[in-house]
Design a protein around this ligand. Structure first.
Ligand code: ZN
Length: 144
């Protein structure tokens, strides 16, 4: 593993460790979901569900997106009801964490995509993120 990838992976691990402590969430992989991920509140904890078809390249992004919903208290009671404000603020939260870790060169472009098109933003990550998030599952389930 090259030095830069090693640094990025470690940075992701420490970022998620801190967030997991703060927001008390668990992550589980599920099948048959009609989205990349979602978050459910139960008692004082949160369960983040990730679709097993979600590409590894966007796992850090989708998990941080769901943590954004926890942070801003914008959990959807009716998942069918789309809210630009709720979804964009969750994406801005996720992107603000990842720009620092992944050191993408096109920061302005990524911020532009974040506020204009969620679909294009995810497409960009699928294409340009070289840090596959599958190793994170090990960490997410370790603390259970
Ligand atoms: Zn969302």
């Amino acid at each position: 593993m090259n030095k830069s990838l090693y640094w990025k992976k470690n940075k992701l691990i420490s970022t998620f460790a801190k967030l997991q402590k703060k927001y008390k969430y668990k992550v589980e992989k599920v099948s048959g979901m009609n989205a990349n991920a979602c978050v459910i509140k139960y008692d004082n904890e949160y369960l983040i569900l990730i679709n097993n078809t979600t590409p590894n390249s966007i796992i850090p992004l989708v998990v941080l997106h769901e943590i954004g919903h926890i942070k801003f208290r914008t959990l959807n009671e009716k998942p069918q009801k789309y809210s630009y404000f709720k979804e964009t603020s969750a994406n801005l939260y996720a992107v603000s964490k990842l720009l620092y870790i992944f050191k993408f060169k096109q920061k302005i472009k990524i911020l532009y995509l974040t506020i204009t098109s969620e679909k294009e933003l995810y497409k960009y990550f699928k294409k340009n993120n070289t840090v596959k998030g599958d190793f994170l599952y090990e960490q997410f389930t370790k603390n259970e």
